[in-house]
Design a protein around this ligand. Structure first.
Ligand code: ATP
Length: 353
């Protein structure tokens, strides 16, 4: 049975350092939430608090309808998979998967079908008699996930489980994990600093920054409507472009153009325009509302070319077709899709509407 996870105003202070600053989350039963953010933002700390491996300084935690503050990990009905998934070398794969069930003192007659079912889900039934030294990195990773699933937890907590794998295997395992976890319907919280992994796996992404959750929403919403400039800059490769603009009577002046601003009522001063590289058309002739830029680098990447430009001495990136004739050094005109322009308060970074 999957349970929801409710985190209410949780704070964590280490000495004088506040690692979590009043964090709240409501993960619905069967939902897959990804905690995404740069190194040091508090992802692992939050996961460890939910697991019961770390004690919160204040705030409330519930799993299902049970308050779990103060409960040891074994009484929270959770299972965990970590970055350094420990697969015991002296045990067979069967015994590795059975490990948690034996700790819970289940009978052999209960253990065997659960190990076989979890191994079946991870496509490793044929490895059950082997030892871990005979396994590849990807197979070991599957054993770690199977061990967690065999516990039939209400909640699965995963901390960068794919980060030890090489790039290709990581891609393969990501897709497999997605299919598998959708099938198992276990409520999952998954920590990563890889934004592509977050976009691919999550029902909802909680973007963390400096001990706060700054946006908690569906991946497409976080991508298209970042709550602040940090989210726009962290998600997407290349990330969202930002240009400083001067607001005057409802219009914003950037690189020789006057674009309609976020809202006429919000006065004058500096604002930041955000636009994703794929929402910009590059032309060799002027168009209405275009910005002028100079191409500094052209990188042919195969499916498309990545262009780096200077727009009003600000860095700007766009993509063009692979057969585009545009060259380094050339002056070009940039048309920004009107419905894709996003405006941010320059000082706070918060989205303006
Ligand atoms: P990473 O992706 O690098 O693992 P993270 O977002 O998971 O980063 P945390 O491990 O949660 O970050 O750490 C958040 C902050 O709290 C960091 O600045 C870290 O140095 C600090 N921190 C974590 N554990 C402790 C501890 N036991 N004592 C003191 N400071 C700690």
């Amino acid at each position: 049975m999957a349970a929801g996870i409710y985190v209410d105003k949780v704070r964590k202070v280490f000495g004088t350092f506040e690692a979590l600053k009043s964090v709240s989350l409501d993960v619905q039963p069967e939902e897959f939430t990804v905690l995404l953010g740069p190194s040091g933002c508090g992802k692992t700390t939050l996961l460890r608090i939910i697991a019961g491996l770390e004690t919160e300084t204040s705030g409330e935690l519930r799993i299902g309808d049970k308050r779990v503050n103060g409960l040891p990990p074994r009484n929270r009905n959770i299972a965990m998979v970590f970055q350094n998934y420990a697969v015991f070398p002296h045990l067979t794969i069967f015994e590795n998967i059975a490990f948690g069930l034996r700790m819970k003192k289940l009978l052999n007659s209960e253990i065997e079908p659960r190990v076989k079912k979890a191994a079946g889900m991870m496509h490793i039934e044929h490895l059950l008699d082997r030892y871990s030294a005979q396994l590849s990195g990807g197979q070991r990773q599957r054993v770690a996930v199977a061990r967690a699933l065999a516990m039939e937890p209400e909640v699965l907590l995963m901390d960068e489980p794919l980060s030890n794998l090489d790039a290709l295997l990581r891609l393969e395992m990501r897709a497999e994990l997605k299919g598998l976890l959708a099938e198992s319907r276990t409520t999952t919280i998954y920590v990563t600093h890889d934004q592509v992994e977050a976009m691919s796996l999550a029902d909802r992404i909680a973007v963390m920054h400096g001990g706060h959750i700054i946006q908690y929403d569906r991946p497409i919403e976080v991508y298209q409507n970042p709550a602040n400039a940090f989210c726009g800059g962290f998600i997407g490769n290349p990330p969202m472009n930002f240009l400083q603009a001067e607001r005057e009577n409802g219009h914003c002046r950037i690189a020789g153009a006057a674009l309609p601003g976020p809202s006429a009522s919000q006065g004058n001063g500096r604002v930041t325009l955000g636009i994703r590289p794929e929402d910009v058309l590059v032309a060799e002739t002027a168009a209405s509302e275009h910005l002028t830029g100079r191409v500094t680098v052209v990188e042919p990447l195969g499916p498309h070319n990545l262009l780096t430009l200077a727009v009003d001495q600000q860095l700007f990136r766009v993509t063009t077709a692979a057969d585009s004739p545009i060259k380094s050094g050339q002056e070009v005109y940039l048309a920004l899709a009107p419905e894709r322009r996003r405006w941010f308060d320059t000082e706070s970074g918060k989205a303006l509407h």
